[in-house]
Design a protein around this ligand. Structure first.
Ligand SMILES: [Zn+2]
Length: 477
């Protein structure tokens, strides 16, 4: 008996000691979040999200910038890996895309597709604030709030209270797409209850801490939003009030220990700078009013370098068609018309329009014999001629045969002052001399928009097509 009591005392002492030591470090005090009852299967979340994502991507302009997208994807993956195990669903596929919209917002669809507005990335003061919004949205997905809310509405006969997505679940796959399509982009901003928003803030804070971010950055994002005036829907729900949410996250943050310390290595600032360099993005309201449909950005339409034809370009090409096709490039910042037998190719940050046979690869690098190329150059100079010289020097880095022939000439592009420079080069594929015409004009933000036309020296039957393309350019900055 005595031994037993002694054992018990020792045990209690151990427990007390353990608890005492562990207290400041443990996450035991953090708020416990539970899944709500849900009539839908996990697969329903996945199916529903997939259908809605297909619609979303036709109705919202995605930012066609691989660097920005892979950066956001990287932050997203770090957060997803930090979702507590009880909320991880192996069927969910989280992915992250950047929408070219100005509103400071983000939203996620059931099962994992997530859309982060360019305006949100540009507004955040650091990576933590951006990650905070993403962690909040990830939490709605992990907690299956969309289908949980739909389950509840069904129970109380409040079907009408659920916007598009909730209704779409009930309408079945065929009805879903039609219903979502008819209601436009606004429908994706599910209005969650106050309770759900608070849960997403709390779980979001916990995910932040587990991923090595300071959860206070999620709270700080509300201050940033207040300063800059955020948009509606999505992350910035009007209930609870931003100041209540700020206080609740701060309270939760005191109970959380940040796991390790993730150091922002400057990527955020670099990507932010890059995005600020693009022409201004439209607002969600403008996108919705325009009613424009966007083609899905399949790899077939947007080949990267490795998807170019493996062979080098032959230089044997069709004459430019007399029929022209309208394009928008740089997320609608530039409109132009191009002969209908040319195709669009994205090469790094620039866009080419080329005839079949006029492009290919040499030593794994894309090479063009005929076509036009558009890009935006970062420059240190506000003087157009100096800025143009910088761009030419940049081109010359990879082309030791590049020479300027003659000086600069003045012209106008879309009623703006522009400069023309003519250069000669030796084509890497054909070994033949080629002529390069470069036209530059300054954008409002100080960057330089450039247009390049390439064709073999002495081959003049592309000249009028090049002129028509250049004259059709409209810049919306
Ligand atoms: Zn929310």
């Amino acid at each position: 008996m005595i031994r037993n009591t002694l054992m018990k005392q020792r045990l209690i002492a151990w427990v007390v000691l353990f608890a005492f030591c562990a207290m400041p470090l443990s996450l035991a005090a953090q708020t416990q979040i539970k899944l709500h009852s849900n009539k839908y299967k996990v697969e329903d979340d996945v199916k529903l999200g997939r259908q809605a994502a297909a619609e979303v991507e036709q109705q919202l302009p995605l930012l066609n910038d691989n660097q920005a997208r892979s950066y956001v994807e990287g932050v997203g993956r770090r957060l997803v890996a930090a979702i507590p195990s009880q909320f991880q669903q192996p069927q969910f596929q989280y992915y992250f895309k950047v929408v070219n919209a100005r509103d400071i917002n983000a939203f996620a669809l059931p099962g994992g597709p997530m859309y982060v507005n360019r305006g949100m990335i540009e507004a955040a003061r650091n990576e933590g604030e951006m990650a905070g919004v993403m962690a909040h949205e990830i939490s709605h997905v992990a907690l299956r709030h969309g289908t949980a809310q739909a389950s509840k509405a069904q129970k109380y006969g409040l079907l009408a209270g659920i916007l598009g997505i909730g209704g779409a679940i009930l309408g079945g796959p065929a009805g879903a797409a039609a219903q979502v399509a008819s209601q436009g982009v606004g429908v994706y901003f599910l209005k969650f209850s106050r309770e759900y928003e608070t849960e997403a803030d709390i779980l979001g804070s916990q995910i932040m801490a587990r991923a090595g971010y300071d959860p206070r950055d999620l709270a700080n994002m509300f201050r940033t939003l207040e300063r800059q005036g955020g948009g509606g829907g999505g992350f910035l729900s009007d209930h609870p009030s931003p100041s209540d949410r700020y206080a609740r996250i701060e309270q939760e943050a005191q109970m959380l220990r940040v796991n390790g310390s993730y150091r922002d290595n400057g990527d955020f600032a670099r990507i932010q700078q890059r995005l600020r360099g693009y022409p201004a993005a439209p607002t969600m309201a403008e996108i919705q009013r325009s009613g424009q449909r966007y083609p899905s950005q399949t790899p077939a339409n947007y080949p990267e370098g490795s998807n170019y034809p493996q062979n080098s370009p032959t230089g044997r090409v069709e004459y430019p068609s007399n029929r022209y096709q309208g394009y928008q490039i740089f997320n609608g910042g530039v409109q132009l018309n191009v002969p209908s037998n040319w195709r669009e190719l994205n090469e790094g940050n620039s866009v080419w329009f080329v005839p079949q046979g006029g492009y290919g690869q040499v030593n794994g690098q894309p090479v063009f014999t005929h076509g036009v190329n558009f890009g935006v150059g970062q420059t240190n100079s506000r003087n157009l001629q100096q800025a143009t010289e910088e761009i030419i020097n940049n081109f010359a880095q990879g082309n030791r045969n590049l020479r300027m022939s003659g000086g600069y000439q003045r012209t106008t592009i879309d009623s703006r002052n522009a400069l023309v420079a003519t250069l000669s080069n030796v084509n890497e594929a054909t070994g033949q001399p080629e002529m390069i015409r470069l036209v530059t004009t300054q954008l409002r933000n100080g960057q330089v928009f450039y247009m390049v036309a390439v064709s073999p020296q002495g081959e003049r039957n592309f000249d009028s097509a090049f002129q028509n393309v250049f004259r059709s350019v409209r810049i919306n900055d």
